[in-house]
Design a protein around this ligand. Sequence first.
Ligand code: TXA
Ligand code: MG
Length: 315
Amino acid sequence: MGDIGTDIDFAAQCLNSNQVVGIPTETVYGLAGNALSIEAISKIYEVKDRPSFDPLIAHVPSLASLHTFVKEVPEKAMALADEFWPGPLTMLFEKNERIPDLLTSGSPKVAIRIPDHPMTLALLKALDFPLAAPSANPFGYVSPTSAKHVQDQLGDKVPYILNGGSASVGIESTIVSIQKEKTIIHRLGGLPIEAIEKVVGPVKLELNQSSNPVAPGMIKSHYAPHKKVIIGDIEQLIEEYRGEKIAVLSYKDQYPIEHNCVLSKRGSLIEAASHLFQALRQLDALNIDVILTEFFPDEGLGRAVNDRLARAAAK
Ligand code: TXA
Ligand code: MG
Protein backbone atom coordinates (compact mmCIF):
# COMPACT_ATOMS: atom_id res chain seq x y z
CA MET A 1 0.00 0.00 0.00
CA GLY A 2 1.42 3.42 -0.97
CA ASP A 3 2.25 5.34 2.20
CA ILE A 4 1.24 8.96 2.55
CA GLY A 5 3.94 11.25 3.94
CA THR A 6 6.01 14.41 3.60
CA ASP A 7 9.43 12.90 2.91
CA ILE A 8 10.67 14.70 -0.20
CA ASP A 9 14.00 12.80 -0.17
CA PHE A 10 12.20 9.48 -0.21
CA ALA A 11 9.96 10.62 -3.07
CA ALA A 12 13.09 11.68 -4.98
CA GLN A 13 14.70 8.30 -4.28
CA CYS A 14 11.65 6.48 -5.71
CA LEU A 15 11.62 8.73 -8.79
CA ASN A 16 15.35 8.26 -9.32
CA SER A 17 14.74 4.52 -9.56
CA ASN A 18 12.00 4.94 -12.18
CA GLN A 19 9.07 4.43 -9.84
CA VAL A 20 5.94 6.57 -9.94
CA VAL A 21 4.86 8.70 -6.98
CA GLY A 22 1.78 10.75 -6.06
CA ILE A 23 2.63 14.47 -5.85
CA PRO A 24 0.65 17.52 -4.73
CA THR A 25 0.12 20.51 -6.97
CA GLU A 26 -2.12 23.56 -6.59
CA THR A 27 -4.49 22.19 -9.26
CA VAL A 28 -4.89 18.45 -8.60
CA TYR A 29 -2.60 15.65 -7.40
CA GLY A 30 -0.32 14.19 -10.06
CA LEU A 31 0.98 10.70 -10.72
CA ALA A 32 4.63 11.57 -11.30
CA GLY A 33 7.54 9.85 -13.01
CA ASN A 34 10.75 10.76 -14.81
CA ALA A 35 9.59 12.54 -17.98
CA LEU A 36 12.78 11.52 -19.80
CA SER A 37 12.53 7.81 -18.99
CA ILE A 38 10.58 5.44 -21.22
CA GLU A 39 10.29 3.02 -18.33
CA ALA A 40 8.78 5.60 -15.97
CA ILE A 41 6.43 7.02 -18.62
CA SER A 42 5.22 3.52 -19.48
CA LYS A 43 4.56 2.88 -15.80
CA ILE A 44 2.41 6.02 -15.58
CA TYR A 45 0.25 4.88 -18.51
CA GLU A 46 -0.05 1.44 -16.97
CA VAL A 47 -0.94 2.58 -13.44
CA LYS A 48 -3.52 5.04 -14.76
CA ASP A 49 -4.82 2.59 -17.32
CA ARG A 50 -4.55 5.45 -19.78
CA PRO A 51 -4.53 5.10 -23.57
CA SER A 52 -1.14 6.01 -25.01
CA PHE A 53 -2.68 8.52 -27.46
CA ASP A 54 -3.28 10.84 -24.48
CA PRO A 55 -0.03 12.77 -23.90
CA LEU A 56 1.42 13.81 -20.53
CA ILE A 57 2.35 17.19 -19.08
CA ALA A 58 5.99 17.74 -18.09
CA HIS A 59 6.51 19.68 -14.86
CA VAL A 60 9.68 21.77 -14.56
CA PRO A 61 11.05 23.86 -11.67
CA SER A 62 12.08 26.96 -13.63
CA LEU A 63 12.19 28.87 -16.91
CA ALA A 64 15.85 27.90 -17.22
CA SER A 65 14.79 24.26 -17.22
CA LEU A 66 11.98 24.92 -19.75
CA HIS A 67 14.49 26.27 -22.27
CA THR A 68 16.46 23.01 -22.26
CA PHE A 69 13.48 21.01 -23.58
CA VAL A 70 11.91 23.23 -26.25
CA LYS A 71 12.96 24.71 -29.59
CA GLU A 72 11.62 28.16 -28.88
CA VAL A 73 9.48 30.12 -26.47
CA PRO A 74 7.17 32.51 -28.38
CA GLU A 75 6.96 36.05 -27.04
CA LYS A 76 3.38 35.66 -25.84
CA ALA A 77 4.23 32.42 -24.07
CA MET A 78 7.05 34.24 -22.32
CA ALA A 79 4.66 36.98 -21.23
CA LEU A 80 2.23 34.38 -19.86
CA ALA A 81 5.01 32.49 -18.11
CA ASP A 82 6.26 35.71 -16.49
CA GLU A 83 2.81 36.53 -15.24
CA PHE A 84 1.40 33.15 -14.21
CA TRP A 85 4.20 30.68 -13.44
CA PRO A 86 4.39 28.97 -11.07
CA GLY A 87 0.66 28.44 -11.50
CA PRO A 88 -2.29 26.62 -13.08
CA LEU A 89 -1.20 27.20 -16.68
CA THR A 90 0.19 24.59 -19.09
CA MET A 91 1.67 25.66 -22.42
CA LEU A 92 2.45 23.67 -25.56
CA PHE A 93 5.90 24.15 -27.14
CA GLU A 94 7.82 22.64 -30.07
CA LYS A 95 9.83 19.98 -28.26
CA ASN A 96 13.50 19.24 -28.79
CA GLU A 97 15.05 15.77 -29.00
CA ARG A 98 15.46 15.44 -25.22
CA ILE A 99 11.70 14.88 -24.85
CA PRO A 100 10.72 11.28 -25.67
CA ASP A 101 7.97 10.82 -28.28
CA LEU A 102 6.17 8.56 -25.82
CA LEU A 103 5.60 11.54 -23.50
CA THR A 104 3.81 13.51 -26.24
CA SER A 105 2.09 10.53 -27.91
CA GLY A 106 4.13 11.25 -31.00
CA SER A 107 3.23 14.94 -31.23
CA PRO A 108 6.04 17.41 -32.04
CA LYS A 109 4.67 19.55 -29.21
CA VAL A 110 5.18 19.05 -25.50
CA ALA A 111 2.95 20.36 -22.70
CA ILE A 112 4.92 22.01 -19.89
CA ARG A 113 4.14 23.84 -16.68
CA ILE A 114 5.74 25.08 -13.46
CA PRO A 115 3.39 23.98 -10.67
CA ASP A 116 2.78 26.23 -7.68
CA HIS A 117 3.32 23.97 -4.71
CA PRO A 118 6.30 24.35 -2.35
CA MET A 119 6.82 20.60 -1.84
CA THR A 120 6.69 19.72 -5.50
CA LEU A 121 8.91 22.66 -6.44
CA ALA A 122 11.44 21.45 -3.84
CA LEU A 123 11.17 17.93 -5.26
CA LEU A 124 11.67 19.16 -8.85
CA LYS A 125 14.73 21.12 -7.78
CA ALA A 126 16.18 18.00 -6.16
CA LEU A 127 15.86 15.98 -9.40
CA ASP A 128 17.83 16.27 -12.60
CA PHE A 129 14.84 15.54 -14.82
CA PRO A 130 11.33 17.01 -15.26
CA LEU A 131 8.31 15.12 -13.93
CA ALA A 132 5.66 13.75 -16.21
CA ALA A 133 2.44 13.91 -14.22
CA PRO A 134 -1.12 13.33 -15.31
CA SER A 135 -3.82 13.72 -12.70
CA ALA A 136 -3.48 10.79 -10.27
CA ASN A 137 -6.83 9.12 -10.96
CA PRO A 138 -7.77 6.08 -12.99
CA PHE A 139 -8.36 7.22 -16.59
CA GLY A 140 -11.74 8.91 -17.00
CA TYR A 141 -12.53 9.35 -13.30
CA VAL A 142 -12.66 12.55 -11.22
CA SER A 143 -9.21 14.06 -10.48
CA PRO A 144 -7.82 13.81 -6.93
CA THR A 145 -7.47 16.92 -4.77
CA SER A 146 -5.97 15.26 -1.69
CA ALA A 147 -3.35 12.60 -0.92
CA LYS A 148 -6.13 10.40 0.47
CA HIS A 149 -7.98 10.51 -2.88
CA VAL A 150 -4.83 9.18 -4.55
CA GLN A 151 -4.37 6.48 -1.96
CA ASP A 152 -8.02 5.39 -2.23
CA GLN A 153 -7.72 4.70 -5.95
CA LEU A 154 -4.07 4.05 -6.77
CA GLY A 155 -2.64 3.24 -3.34
CA ASP A 156 -1.83 -0.35 -4.20
CA LYS A 157 0.04 0.70 -7.35
CA VAL A 158 2.40 3.42 -6.09
CA PRO A 159 5.11 3.17 -3.42
CA TYR A 160 4.57 6.67 -2.01
CA ILE A 161 2.25 9.69 -2.05
CA LEU A 162 3.63 13.07 -1.01
CA ASN A 163 1.09 14.82 1.16
CA GLY A 164 0.82 18.53 0.43
CA GLY A 165 -2.69 19.07 1.83
CA SER A 166 -5.80 19.94 -0.15
CA ALA A 167 -5.18 21.31 -3.64
CA SER A 168 -5.81 25.05 -3.38
CA VAL A 169 -7.14 25.61 -6.93
CA GLY A 170 -8.80 22.20 -7.20
CA ILE A 171 -9.27 22.02 -10.97
CA GLU A 172 -6.70 21.10 -13.65
CA SER A 173 -4.48 23.65 -15.34
CA THR A 174 -5.63 25.71 -18.32
CA ILE A 175 -3.88 24.48 -21.48
CA VAL A 176 -2.72 27.09 -24.00
CA SER A 177 -0.67 27.21 -27.16
CA ILE A 178 0.62 30.11 -29.22
CA GLN A 179 0.23 29.56 -32.96
CA LYS A 180 1.32 32.31 -35.34
CA GLU A 181 0.93 34.91 -32.59
CA LYS A 182 -2.57 33.65 -31.77
CA THR A 183 -3.35 32.37 -28.29
CA ILE A 184 -5.36 29.15 -28.39
CA ILE A 185 -7.06 27.65 -25.32
CA HIS A 186 -7.15 23.83 -25.52
CA ARG A 187 -8.53 23.09 -22.06
CA LEU A 188 -10.42 25.37 -19.68
CA GLY A 189 -8.88 25.16 -16.24
CA GLY A 190 -7.61 26.79 -13.08
CA LEU A 191 -6.41 29.98 -14.78
CA PRO A 192 -9.44 31.95 -16.05
CA ILE A 193 -9.49 33.11 -19.68
CA GLU A 194 -10.10 36.66 -18.51
CA ALA A 195 -6.72 36.68 -16.73
CA ILE A 196 -4.97 35.34 -19.84
CA GLU A 197 -6.63 37.92 -22.08
CA LYS A 198 -5.38 40.75 -19.86
CA VAL A 199 -1.84 39.73 -20.77
CA VAL A 200 -2.06 38.61 -24.42
CA GLY A 201 -5.35 40.00 -25.71
CA PRO A 202 -8.27 37.98 -27.14
CA VAL A 203 -7.90 34.20 -27.21
CA LYS A 204 -9.44 31.52 -29.38
CA LEU A 205 -11.10 28.44 -27.92
CA GLU A 206 -10.27 25.10 -29.51
CA LEU A 207 -11.61 22.61 -27.04
CA ASN A 208 -11.33 19.23 -28.63
CA GLN A 209 -14.29 17.01 -27.84
CA SER A 210 -13.96 14.01 -30.10
CA SER A 211 -12.94 10.54 -28.99
CA ASN A 212 -9.67 10.78 -30.87
CA PRO A 213 -8.65 14.19 -29.69
CA VAL A 214 -5.65 16.38 -30.24
CA ALA A 215 -5.80 17.52 -26.61
CA PRO A 216 -7.22 14.38 -25.14
CA GLY A 217 -8.07 15.44 -21.54
CA MET A 218 -10.86 16.72 -23.72
CA ILE A 219 -12.51 13.39 -24.37
CA LYS A 220 -16.19 14.10 -24.02
CA SER A 221 -16.96 11.73 -21.17
CA HIS A 222 -14.17 12.37 -18.67
CA TYR A 223 -13.78 13.57 -15.11
CA ALA A 224 -16.83 11.38 -14.52
CA PRO A 225 -18.14 9.88 -11.29
CA HIS A 226 -19.70 6.42 -11.45
CA LYS A 227 -23.17 7.73 -10.63
CA LYS A 228 -25.32 9.34 -13.29
CA VAL A 229 -25.00 13.15 -13.39
CA ILE A 230 -27.88 15.32 -14.68
CA ILE A 231 -27.54 19.06 -15.28
CA GLY A 232 -30.48 21.43 -15.34
CA ASP A 233 -32.77 23.49 -13.16
CA ILE A 234 -32.31 21.83 -9.78
CA GLU A 235 -35.81 22.55 -8.49
CA GLN A 236 -37.38 21.01 -11.60
CA LEU A 237 -34.99 18.07 -11.54
CA ILE A 238 -35.87 17.31 -7.91
CA GLU A 239 -39.52 17.11 -8.97
CA GLU A 240 -38.70 14.99 -11.99
CA TYR A 241 -36.54 12.51 -10.05
CA ARG A 242 -38.87 12.22 -7.08
CA GLY A 243 -38.96 8.51 -6.22
CA GLU A 244 -35.30 7.94 -7.09
CA LYS A 245 -32.41 8.17 -4.64
CA ILE A 246 -30.95 11.57 -5.44
CA ALA A 247 -28.19 13.89 -4.31
CA VAL A 248 -27.82 17.54 -5.29
CA LEU A 249 -24.64 19.44 -6.13
CA SER A 250 -25.46 23.14 -6.16
CA TYR A 251 -23.50 26.37 -6.52
CA LYS A 252 -24.76 28.52 -3.63
CA ASP A 253 -28.36 27.59 -2.85
CA GLN A 254 -29.39 24.95 -0.33
CA TYR A 255 -32.26 22.62 -1.26
CA PRO A 256 -34.56 20.81 1.17
CA ILE A 257 -33.27 17.30 0.52
CA GLU A 258 -31.06 14.96 2.54
CA HIS A 259 -27.91 14.93 0.39
CA ASN A 260 -27.03 18.41 -0.84
CA CYS A 261 -23.45 19.62 -1.39
CA VAL A 262 -23.36 23.41 -1.71
CA LEU A 263 -20.06 24.43 -3.32
CA SER A 264 -19.96 28.05 -2.18
CA LYS A 265 -22.63 29.54 0.05
CA ARG A 266 -21.16 33.01 -0.52
CA GLY A 267 -21.18 32.55 -4.29
CA SER A 268 -17.44 32.49 -4.98
CA LEU A 269 -16.51 30.64 -8.17
CA ILE A 270 -12.96 30.24 -6.88
CA GLU A 271 -14.21 28.52 -3.75
CA ALA A 272 -16.68 26.44 -5.77
CA ALA A 273 -13.95 25.22 -8.15
CA SER A 274 -11.71 24.24 -5.24
CA HIS A 275 -14.47 22.04 -3.75
CA LEU A 276 -15.88 20.56 -6.97
CA PHE A 277 -13.95 17.27 -7.28
CA GLN A 278 -14.05 16.54 -3.54
CA ALA A 279 -17.84 17.02 -3.64
CA LEU A 280 -18.29 14.77 -6.69
CA ARG A 281 -16.32 12.02 -4.94
CA GLN A 282 -18.31 12.44 -1.74
CA LEU A 283 -21.66 12.24 -3.54
CA ASP A 284 -20.47 9.37 -5.70
CA ALA A 285 -19.80 7.33 -2.55
CA LEU A 286 -23.36 7.72 -1.23
CA ASN A 287 -26.13 5.17 -1.64
CA ILE A 288 -27.85 7.17 -4.39
CA ASP A 289 -28.75 6.68 -8.06
CA VAL A 290 -28.27 10.10 -9.52
CA ILE A 291 -26.50 13.42 -8.88
CA LEU A 292 -28.55 16.47 -9.87
CA THR A 293 -26.61 19.63 -10.59
CA GLU A 294 -26.73 22.94 -12.46
CA PHE A 295 -24.55 25.07 -14.70
CA PHE A 296 -22.62 27.74 -12.82
CA PRO A 297 -22.20 31.37 -13.97
CA ASP A 298 -20.22 31.14 -17.22
CA GLU A 299 -17.35 33.43 -16.24
CA GLY A 300 -13.97 33.13 -14.51
CA LEU A 301 -13.50 29.67 -13.05
CA GLY A 302 -17.20 28.98 -13.63
CA ARG A 303 -16.32 28.10 -17.22
CA ALA A 304 -13.92 25.35 -16.16
CA VAL A 305 -16.45 24.09 -13.61
CA ASN A 306 -19.15 23.94 -16.31
CA ASP A 307 -16.76 22.14 -18.66
CA ARG A 308 -16.06 19.46 -16.00
CA LEU A 309 -19.76 19.12 -15.11
CA ALA A 310 -20.71 18.70 -18.77
CA ARG A 311 -18.08 15.97 -19.16
CA ALA A 312 -19.18 14.30 -15.93
CA ALA A 313 -22.72 14.22 -17.32
CA ALA A 314 -21.71 12.98 -20.77
CA LYS A 315 -21.51 9.25 -19.95
O1 TXA B 1 -3.31 20.63 -13.56
C1 TXA B 1 -2.84 19.79 -14.31
O2 TXA B 1 -2.58 20.03 -15.50
C2 TXA B 1 -2.59 18.39 -13.73
C3 TXA B 1 -1.46 18.51 -12.70
C4 TXA B 1 -1.04 17.17 -12.14
O3 TXA B 1 -0.39 19.19 -13.25
N1 TXA B 1 -2.28 17.47 -14.76
C5 TXA B 1 -3.22 17.05 -15.65
O4 TXA B 1 -2.76 16.09 -16.51
O5 TXA B 1 -4.36 17.44 -15.65
P1 TXA B 1 -3.70 15.15 -17.37
O6 TXA B 1 -2.78 14.12 -17.91
O7 TXA B 1 -4.80 14.66 -16.57
O8 TXA B 1 -4.13 16.01 -18.56
C6 TXA B 1 -3.16 16.34 -19.51
C7 TXA B 1 -3.79 16.82 -20.78
C8 TXA B 1 -3.98 15.75 -21.82
O9 TXA B 1 -5.15 15.03 -21.64
C9 TXA B 1 -4.01 16.58 -23.07
O10 TXA B 1 -5.30 17.13 -23.20
C10 TXA B 1 -3.07 17.71 -22.76
O11 TXA B 1 -2.88 17.73 -21.39
N2 TXA B 1 -1.76 17.53 -23.39
C11 TXA B 1 -0.62 17.04 -22.84
N3 TXA B 1 0.37 17.01 -23.74
C12 TXA B 1 -0.13 17.49 -24.88
C13 TXA B 1 0.39 17.69 -26.19
N4 TXA B 1 1.65 17.41 -26.47
N5 TXA B 1 -0.44 18.21 -27.12
C14 TXA B 1 -1.72 18.50 -26.83
N6 TXA B 1 -2.28 18.31 -25.62
C15 TXA B 1 -1.51 17.82 -24.66
MG1 MG C 1 -6.62 13.98 -16.00
